[in-house]
Design a binder for this molecule. Structure first.
Ligand code: HEM
Length: 483
């Protein structure tokens, strides 16, 4: 038997292994070179006639799943692709760099693109609707106002008191509907700071009902027919504005300013250029921003903790430990900063927001032609920054569908950069810290005073909003875990 000479072996190896590898590398670099020189509009499906991919994009899906539409297109076209919605070609991005670029260039290259039916509900003057100097001026009032919360010990006490009162009043024979409870809780937290409204206020219950109708319609299909959710929301809007205007008029009629008037309404009233319509829209938008989002996060945290008892146990330990060390230092009550600095609790909230995707995507319109990473996005194109797809990316988050608060234990820049539940850039959520602290205060009261379990299985469904088909009924049992 004759063996090939060493030179023949080398030729064989080169032919079988090395040359195809070189060919692939060259082809890849040529592709990326061509993409750089000739940026292209991302390819994607055209969907159905007239509606395009509307129904596939909004098809309800289980929590922590992106659904068939996203999964198929991500695997076929990659992280950036296009879709057709009612004849308009949009760019859908699951690419964290593109999403960050879009958010960071808000008002330079992109701007909020809320459809006309949402604009009609939110009004002309809410912060989300504004751009340019008018936006900056209003934001300069709202941000310092929110930053003051951390110094206000009485506000933390108010949230604790609210959690306790609402847990008692929502308890019907040992059963609490978490959706209803969480909506009330987040509404009264934000409405107090917006315009001094508390549950004892005679207008409070009706206003809360109108808000629920309002936000359900805002997330529903924009069908303006008698009985439709959208039509009901359109009717709720003037009621909300009327209630805010009443507060405004009462405040104007007062001879002196009380301490309770230290709210957003009070700050906006100092602006002589703001009309009453402007003030009422701002308050409406501020309360809306804090209710649908935070209440959903609260439902999700109840649901997830029941399913992951180890996380609940570790969180309980952290709260007891924090109280113990406060007591040793002669301090009685937990403060805003104590809550914010509870590491494991904040990890639970981060993980809930990652897996739950309360705000699954942001819609931004390019105001100029944009080129990014070889893609061409023409002026006027809407980019759907898909935050849920970033949060569920398996190459960043191992087992992305698993609730694992411990994944945030170690400082990992990559993971941190891929967590965007509150958006980013100039429009980063103004209520992000308030949301975290109010959820922490509620959890503190809940986990030290109650055990709970589901009455019937009720699993969250994600679409435009995360919903619980049965409003998440739980059975609660009072237990004293405190020191
Ligand atoms: C878990 C709770 C929350 C989530 C997930 C959330 C999410 C977001 C996101 C993603 C944005 C960015 C929108 C964009 O870029 O177009 C945003 C903006 C905003 N949020 Fe939140 N939010 C939450 C709680 C709150 C609370 C408690 C308030 C009120 C106190 C609030 C008020 C606002 C307002 C007024 C804006 C508009 C900011 C602007 O246009 O500059 N949010 N929120």
């Amino acid at each position: 038997m004759t063996f090939p000479s060493p030179s023949t072996v080398l030729v064989i190896i080169f032919t079988i292994i090395v040359s195809p590898t070189i060919a692939i590398v060259v082809a890849q670099s040529l592709k990326s070179y061509r993409k750089k020189r000739n940026p292209m509009f991302p390819p994607g499906p055209m969907g159905w006639p007239l509606v395009g991919s509307f129904f596939s994009f909004y098809k309800p899906r289980p929590l922590s799943s992106l659904g068939g539409f996203m999964e198929q297109n991500l695997s076929r076209y990659g992280k950036v692709f296009s879709m057709n919605l009612f004849g308009e070609m949009m760019v859908v991005s699951a690419d964290v760099e593109l999403n960050r670029y879009v958010m960071q260039n808000e008002m330079r290259l992109f701007r909020n693109n809320l459809p006309a039916h949402i604009h009609r509900l939110i009004g002309d003057f809410a912060l989300v609707m504004l751009i340019g100097d008018v936006y900056r001026h209003k934001k300069a009032i709202i941000v310092p106002f929110i930053n003051m919360f951390r110094q206000q010990a009485d506000f933390v006490r108010y949230i604790e008191h609210l959690a306790k009162g609402l847990m008692a009043s929502s308890n019907k024979g040992g059963i609490i509907y978490v959706r209803e409870f969480a909506t009330k809780f987040s509404f009264y937290v934000v409405a107090k700071k917006a315009m001094g409204l508390t549950p004892e206020d005679p207008e409070a219950e009706q206003l809360l009902r109108d808000y629920v109708t309002f936000y359900k319609g805002l997330y529903a299909a924009p069908i303006n027919f008698p009985g439709s959710m959208y039509r009901k929301a359109l009717k709720a809007r003037p009621n909300i504005i009327k209630a805010i205007k009443k507060k405004l008029d009462q405040r104007k009629a007062k001879e002196s300013v009380d301490e309770e008037d230290d709210d957003l309404l009070g700050s906006l009233m100092k602006e002589s250029t703001y009309t009453w319509e402007n003030i009422c829209d701002t308050i409406l938008g501020f309360i809306f921003g804090g209710v649908a989002t935070t209440s959903t996060a609260i439902c999700l945290v109840f649901y997830l903790l029941e399913n992951y008892p180890k996380a609940l146990e570790e969180m309980r330990k952290e709260h007891l430990e924090c109280m113990r060390s406060k007591k040793e230092n002669g301090e009685e009550k937990l403060t805003w900063d104590d809550y914010k600095n509870m590491r494991f609790t904040q990890n639970v909230i981060s993980e809930t927001l990652r897996i739950g995707n309360v705000a699954p995507n942001l819609w931004k319109k390019a105001t100029k032609d944009v080129e990014f990473k070889g893609y061409f996005i023409p002026e006027g194109t809407t980019v759907v920054a898909h935050l849920a797809a970033v949060h569920l990316n398996p190459s960043v988050f191992e087992n992305p569908g698993q609730f694992n608060p411990w994944r945030w234990d170690t400082k990992d820049v990559k993971k941190a950069n891929n967590l965007l539940p509150f958006g980013g850039g100039v429009r980063h959520c103004v209520g992000s810290e308030l949301a975290r602290v109010e959820i922490s205060i509620l959890l503190h009261y809940l986990i030290l005073n109650y055990d709970w379990e589901s009455v019937v299985p009720d699993h969250p469904v994600s679409a435009a909003l995360v919903t619980f088909p049965k409003d998440l009924p739980i059975r609660v049992r009072a237990v004293d875990y405190s020191l």
